[in-house]
Write a protein of this length. Structure first.
Length: 710
């Protein structure tokens, strides 16, 4: 179904219906926003609705669309093309007799009978926009009463042309269909689909052309490259997967805006092509611009031409407020937190809450404020990309009291993690390395990281104890999380606040392509789930490992001999516990190092030393132990306080066997109140686990052989 086919089902008038002397404001046809171009959307017949009987042609067309895809632009386009009346239902007080009364007041009593006759005989169609806003403004009861009046007008006509077209979001259109169906009014239901790939590219080109007057030469290449990078980032070449993001008008608007506002589009383009790592920063920037545009939309609707009132509105609906509301399960009870110093008139405060909630009802990131979003807030987003971006922003500046609520939604089986959450956080950490995450964020981060895309050089996620020279903090030590792509020298790293008082780290579904080195801590996985995954490529060293799931599934991978890539799954701890009853999967690639192991762990316990060569996990943990010691020295050049380092090792925050080996080989020696370190090569190689440095690689092998880190 294309737009031209729809137009053929709408009466084509030779002239617009003349309005009364003082018509209601809701019948004014909106002008096209300056610098914007109408791009014809894709229309589909909506599934799940019964077809009208053959003898009974649809009287009303219902058009369903997600927020911000251009419902109002489409409604205005249809009204303008066919010269039929346009009504913004959100600007009326609807109720019993609404349509009859408004036809009379809008076009004059003398024209009322003719207008009704035209509707019943295929010569007039009411284009009715903003059904969602109408329900908010008039209540559902009054909206239904108004539909009953519409049914009385159109029920008896059998013209093939529509007498009315109603626009709304999916849940509103579904309700409207059932109300009219009960009133014996046949309806045809359409949905505005995401743009196809070609239409999406055309959309960006037309918007840029409208703003710039001429299309910049590199625009086509920029669009192609951006689309390719997003497909790579999503791990899918199919438009069925990426279409909900790349085919969504707000994202495409932001892409066009980004291009137009760049001082040097060609330079930005070259950066984009040469550095795929910038993809996530650019995607995040575009999504942030969508939030900023929502702020400006509210400032305009609330403040009008009053700049002082607009500034107050911006303070009440900034991106942080939107994030908080998008993740709240009690939106209707939320209040704004505006800058009260900007208030000039008290009535601004009186009107604010209603205006905010009305604006939020049509947020472009949400499917709806009802339906799925009421059951689980994480299922109510239009795209997983929007969900993960909002989650990432929240997790980096969370309200710790609400993290437990979010975790309860996250662990529900209908929520499917994606790699985007980890990538958004990683992109922010690259720009803000002084960021500190809350420990409750780790379950989200590890689940997301485990979904990373195959077919590229993998990234290993490391979680280790942080470093401090404050001896009083050693019992409450922060952690450090690091993203490092295999084979790369650079990494992204930030601190994680200290775990709970019991020294526990809570994870959820998965530990994959990850190394956790937290001697003395308790690492919990499963969080009361039915099943959790370990591997592929996971190494854990901790005090106690607790599996709270009913079944633990082991995912294997082929060995490649590189310890920075990890192989199989290796858990090393003093105690293993939890309610797990069954262990399945790649059993041959799971090794457990623990003094005693109950069922079902015992078959995996490595009880006796053998002559096998060091595993990748052996080498990895040795490398991490060496790095752990080297990091203390890197804080003060080549020396570090003897008293502090002895206390650090006594607290188990650094490896005594590795330290003793480095002392025995004169790589560490005593210099008065200090220890000094000289490994014979750059300490930067140790910090980055740089296997390209042969001296560093030889040292790890030497330390491993000496201390038998297995």
């Amino acid at each position: 179904m294309d737009l031209e086919s729809l137009l053929k089902l709408i009466p084509q008038r030779s002239e617009s219906l003349e309005s009364a002397i003082d018509p209601p404001i809701g019948i004014r046809l909106p002008e096209l926003e300056p610098g914007k171009v109408f791009v014809k959307p894709r229309l589909l017949m909506a599934a799940g609705y019964g077809s009208p009987e053959p003898y009974s042609a649809p009287r009303v067309a219902l058009i369903s669309a997600s927020a911000a895809v251009g419902k109002s632009m489409l409604a205005a386009y249809l009204a303008r093309q066919t010269k039929n009346p346009y009504w913004d239902l959100g600007r009326f007080a609807m109720g019993s007799g609404f349509f009859s009364g408004t036809l009379s007041s809008a076009y004059g009593v003398s024209n009322y009978a003719a207008a009704i006759d035209d509707m019943q005989n295929g010569r007039l169609c009411l284009v009715l926009d903003a059904a969602d806003e109408a329900i908010v403004a008039s209540t559902t009861t009054n909206y239904v009463a108004a539909l009953a009046n519409l049914a009385e007008i159109v029920r008896d006509t059998r013209s093939p042309e529509y007498a009315a077209i109603i626009f709304g979001r999916p849940e509103t259109i579904q309700d409207t269909y059932f109300y009219l169906d009960e009133a014996s009014v046949p309806c045809a239901v359409y949905e505005v689909a995401y743009f196809g790939q070609n239409e999406a590219k055309e959309f960006v080109s037309l918007q840029v052309n409208a703003a710039e007057d001429t299309v910049i030469d590199e625009l086509s290449q920029f669009i192609e490259t951006f689309f390719d990078r997003v497909k790579e980032a999503f791990g899918a070449d199919s438009w069925d997967v990426v279409g909900s993001f790349l085919g969504y008008a707000p994202v495409l608007d932001s892409m066009a805006l980004f291009y137009c506002e760049s001082d040097n589009p060609y330079k930005e383009l070259k950066h984009f092509i040469s550095d795929g790592g910038k993809t996530w920063s650019l995607i995040a920037e575009m999504l942030e611009s969508v939030l900023e545009r929502e702020t400006e939309k509210f400032a305009t609707s609330f403040g009008g031409a009053d700049e002082a009132k607009r500034a107050f509105a911006r303070s009440a609906y900034d991106s942080a407020t939107q994030v908080r509301w998008l993740l709240s399960d009690e939106v209707r009870t939320l209040t704004a937190d505006p800058d009260l110093d900007l208030v000039i008139r008290d009535e601004w405060l009186d009107d604010l809450e209603h205006g905010l909630h009305q604006q939020f009802e049509d947020h472009p990131f949400l499917k709806s404020s009802r339906g799925e979003h009421a059951a689980n807030i994480l299922l109510g987003f239009t795209s997983v990309a929007f969900r993960d971006y909002v989650l990432a922003k929240y997790l980096m500046e969370p309200d710790s009291d609400y993290l437990e609520v979010l975790a309860s939604y996250w662990t529900q089986p209908d929520v499917v993690p994606s790699p985007m959450l980890s990538r958004f956080i990683r992109a922010t950490v690259a720009e803000k390395p002084d960021l500190t995450l809350a420990p409750e964020c780790l379950m989200f981060l590890f689940d997301s990281h485990a979904e990373q895309i195959t077919g590229t050089e993998p990234t290993v996620l490391y979680l280790e104890w942080g470093d401090t020279d404050d001896l009083d903090d050693l019992d409450d030590l922060e952690m450090r999380v690091t993203w490092r792509q295999v084979g790369a020298k650079e990494s992204q790293s930030c601190l994680v606040s200290s775990p709970s008082a019991a020294g526990e780290v809570e994870l959820c579904r998965s530990i994959s392509m990850a190394a956790i080195d937290l001697p003395g801590a308790t690492v919990r996985v499963g969080l009361q789930l039915g099943e959790s995954d370990l591997g592929p490529s996971a190494a854990v060293r901790c005090g106690e490992f607790v599996a709270q799931c009913a079944e633990l599934h082991l995912n294997g991978t082929a060995a490649d001999g590189r310890f920075d890539a990890l192989v199989g799954t290796d858990v090393r701890c003093e105690k293993v516990s939890g309610g797990v009853r069954r262990i399945t999967g790649a059993r041959s690639q799971f090794t457990l190092h623990v003094p005693t192991a109950p069922h079902p762990w015992k078959p995996f316990c490595l009880e006796e030393r053998d002559e096998r060569p060091p595993s990748s996990s052996d080498l990895l943990f040795t490398a991490l132990a060496v790095r752990r010691i080297a990091l203390w020295f890197s804080r003060g050049g080549t020396r570090f306080s003897r008293e502090k380092l002895d206390t650090i090792m006594a607290k188990g925050r650094a490896s005594r066997p590795v330290f003793d080996f480095l002392m025995s080989t004169n790589r560490i020696w005593i210099d008065g109140p200090f220890y000094r370190l000289d490994l014979g090569f750059s300490i930067a190689s140790v910090q980055s686990l740089d296997l390209g440095d042969t001296s560093y690689r030889d040292l790890i092998a030497e330390v491993q052989e000496a201390i038998d880190g297995r």
